[in-house]
Design a protein. Sequence first.
Lengths: 423, 348, 274
Amino acid sequence: MTAASNTADALAPPAASVPSLKKRLRRAEMRKKLLYGALILPLAVFLLVAFVWPIASLLTRSIDNPEVHDNLPHTLRELKAWDGEGMPPAAVFTAFAAELESAKGSPAIAEIAKRLNREETGYRSLIMKTARKLPLPADTDVPSALTEIDARWGEAETWRAIRRSGGATTPFYLLAAIDRSIDTHGNIVTAPPEEAVYVNVLMRTFWMSLIVTGLCLVLGFPVAYLMAKLATKQSNMLMFFVLLPFWTSVLVRVAAWIILLQNEGLINKVLMAIGLTDGPLQLLFNRVGVYVAMVHILLPFMVLPLYSVMKGISPVYVRAAVSLGCPPFKSFWKVYFPQTLPGIGAGALLVFIMCMGYYITPALLGSPQEQMVSYFIAFYTNQTINWGMAAALSAVLLGATLVLYMVYARYLGPTRVKLVKPR
Amino acid sequence: MKMKLSRTLIQSAVAAAALTLAGTALADVTVISFGGANQKAQDKAFYGPFAASKGGSVTPGEYNGEQAKIKAMVEAGNVTWDVVEVESPELLRGCEEGLYEKLDYSKIGAKSEFLPKTVSDCGVGIFVWSTALAYNADKLKTAPTSWADFWDVKKFPGKRGLRKGAKYTLEFALLADGVKPADVYKVLGTKEGVERAFKKLDQIKGDIQWWEAGAQPPQLLASGDVVMSSVYNGRIAAAQKEGKNLKIVWNGSIYDVDSWAIPKGSPKRDEAYRFIKFASQPENQRVFSAEIPYGPTNAKAVSGMDPKIAAELPTAPENLKGAFATDTEFWVEHGEDLEQRFNAWAAR
Amino acid sequence: MLQPYASPLERAWHYGLRGLVGIVLVFLILPILVIVPLSFNADTFLMYPMAGFSMRWYEEIFTSGQWQLAMMNSLIVSPLSTLLAMVLGTLAAIGLVRTDFPGKALLTAVLISPMVVPVVIVGVAVYIFFAPLGLTGSYTGLVIAHAVLGVPFVVTTVTATLQGFDFNLVRAASSLGANPVVAFFKVTLPLVAPGIISGGLFAFATSFDEVVVTLFLASPEQTTLPRQMFSGIRENISPAIAAVATILILLSTLMLVTLEGLRRRNERIRGKRA
């Protein structure tokens, strides 16, 4: 209930005396609510256009399959009549030659070639080579002419591949994102081991997030605890130490960790000077470096919610427990700790969610074995321009994130994200 | 189609308005290249003099060869990159896919002025460069001489650097496995060949430090993070100038031509042509080669070269022994497949 | 704090806790302190020991065209996106606090979700979506995308501030003849200003530190400071990076102090926080 409607009820005179006034008041209240509701509209529209829509349209790309479907419609229609065994009818060849010819020299030809190459390496050059020889002279027998250009046009498998790739939508990318594929008979099969990597990467993303979250909790809990116990002046001092890195650019911190962790970096020099190691330890471009930097970046996100919860815990309970004869550590564990659980939940979920989407830190401080799902999304977007694959991996990552976010919003309240308040 | 047309109309109207507003001021050309020492050399040889010649100013940018942005720009009809440095497989693929303008050589110079195979429909060669083996002579007592040595972890202990990608990694693996340079792409074209290359890479997987940008390997070598690395030859020369004792092994190196290309639909096509023409002049190419030892593509630039500089180029006869050219067609065909496979392998 | 009659165990706990927290705080602050002196290194290496004192790297970043462009771009994009986020976010927060309707919780969750959706997904989605609209490689596109990322911070801080705000004050203003707009500017705004400003600071910091979306969206002309730092770190890590970092650290300290001031002011105005 908003404060406003409460006051409205309080201000309204007894209902029996002037009912029309109450009605009028209600209407005015209603109008005001609509007016205030309208204030949300600009942001809602803005986010819809610049955020929700782009993401939704990205996700549809994970099942989109327009390359062959849109560019070879006649061929596909003719192929429908074919039983998949032996040679397709001549009409298929004619339609195909005509459509390929019209696609020649436009981006469409590249799309077809690229899509078919995913079915079988080598089809790209087959398409390009065939297109170069088109148009065929008039009155030629199209099937034999095409087969003469390349013998593969005489194989049923080539045409089956075209038909396979011709659907308007495809589960191909989504399945590939979980290391599955469809074989020639239409069964879902596990991808060959040399290509299967995403389940592994997904597990790694979870695992690394879990480790970072755990480390943040172990390191953050004592800091928040001490801050909550100390007098304001001292705790403000500590708070500064937590907030300064929080406000410092992530890239600055990544650069700082490179300086500290590199082979000739400060940490290695100190370790060698005090004789702990003979040669430099490899601290960078492996998991150590990534963990250290990620914990450094995310620790404040753990400390702040923990602190705000601990600040609200009255010391009275622990004192009561102690005075009743419970040993200090037991009373801490049995009485104090359970009260910090909401803070632990909020901090841990927040850190975990942020971890899962990390890209910059592993990219700059890790080796390929440290890359998480985000890296592969960027790889497919930029490197091989396989947006279907990027979209499918996005769908998987987004799904995992949203589930956790829903838990967070449901139990801890989206507006209660304590990190955004300095205290 | 109609939408595209109207968009083009609007764009040209806007461009015309901008031109009138700008009066006689020359437009900026955005030139994208592979960054680092290469970009610095281009700045000295091309961008600076181009601006000084009142040709127009250059906004430099860098990338690592990925074509996604160019594709997105061209498809959207909103091209903001005017001239791009492209490696040859990407050039060929981009040309076929309609990402790059088919060049009008009357605006650049006769094709015959250039070395053969350095000019094509969509690209004008900038320089010949090479990916070679390099090592830090201060850290290694015996000099490695081949990719087989690179794989020999016992004789040369320590980390090694390789480019994070299939291209220029799989070839070296096969060379190390005893495949002759002339057969590398033939072998790599077969399933067994690919298998063989990855098996060979498996042997040293734990010893590899991957790099992505050309500026990284010299730094890794200089700091002792790696004992040897695959490198772009020009970057090593830049490090040598700074007093680092880095050496190149030319045996088993792979050379390629980088080209200027104009993304299709660049609103500053004329300026782009003017820039390419300017950068292709022999005297400017010579300045470039003196800055960074990449071989010029303009035949006249080759002839007037300081012999000391010429000896360091990938195109010097001495350096071509045991070297071979990138098979552009091969990478156009197998690139996507092998890069994805490689990426999956590396992440495991 | 420690009572003189504390048992040895309690003493160990007392000092152990402080020792542990001390280590964590050193871990938090040391990397930031380490980078500052290196920005004055006379040598070209980002390494200790330093070769000598010099201002050459500051000179470099203030004279090199690329760093200047990057600084200028950051100073264009971040304030604009912050402004956009502040206006949209504040209005929405007021609306959210003053109304109640089915699905409000869901809507709130959606409005705040840019904060949790992995930024690579936002980058790729916006990039693919903006490209056909001609918004990639443009300031407009970058400002919009950064505002999207900054908006949740404004919404949450302003909502939090408003929850302690007495709307009877607005009523009073209206009853005294102020129209809603006047009432907003004369009454609501000054009182929730600290919330808006701190939300704005968060939005600013988000944009000013944003690199992933920028990687996808920006052309070289729109290169921002973090984008330039990203390529610097990846390609050629020199003390120039440390010089930029030092400036950024100064800036973050400044923001932190401002925020602290705002918080105190807010507490003073409200008396005691709920």
